[in-house]
Write a protein of this length. Structure first.
Length: 113
């Protein structure tokens, strides 16, 4: 039993750097990728008219993990807003992590006030 636990812990330690790196975003890179987002999410109180009137949520200050999950859900079709699905379809996992890191950063939270 102890040997099996040691093997599992060893595998987890060996694999962990790859998982951590894939999930880690770069806020500076995210800022450079955020122009498409700012067109809607950067306007306080903005509402879209397509496909229905929809209040665009504020994403500055959201948790990075939430933003990544939301973008993944748009990309895979679990969330259905057409504009967001089209935007997310072109994003890589790294793009999503970078955007999430940027919008979760304190710089965006401060600028929104």
């Amino acid at each position: 039993m102890i040997r099996l636990t040691a093997i599992c812990l060893g595998l987890a330690a060996a694999l962990a750097p790859g998982f951590a790196q894939a999930a880690e975003g770069n806020p500076a890179a995210g800022k450079g990728k955020s122009a498409m987002c700012a067109g809607c999410h950067g306007i306080p109180g903005y509402k879209t008219a397509f496909p229905v009137t929809y209040s665009v949520p504020k994403i500055g200050g959201q948790h990075a993990a939430y933003i990544v999950k939301a973008l993944q859900a748009y990309k895979n079709g679990d969330r259905t807003h057409p504009s967001m699905r089209a935007i997310a379809a072109g994003l890589t996992d790294q793009d999503m992590a970078d955007l999430a890191a940027y919008y979760a950063s304190s710089a965006v939270q401060t600028a929104a006030k």
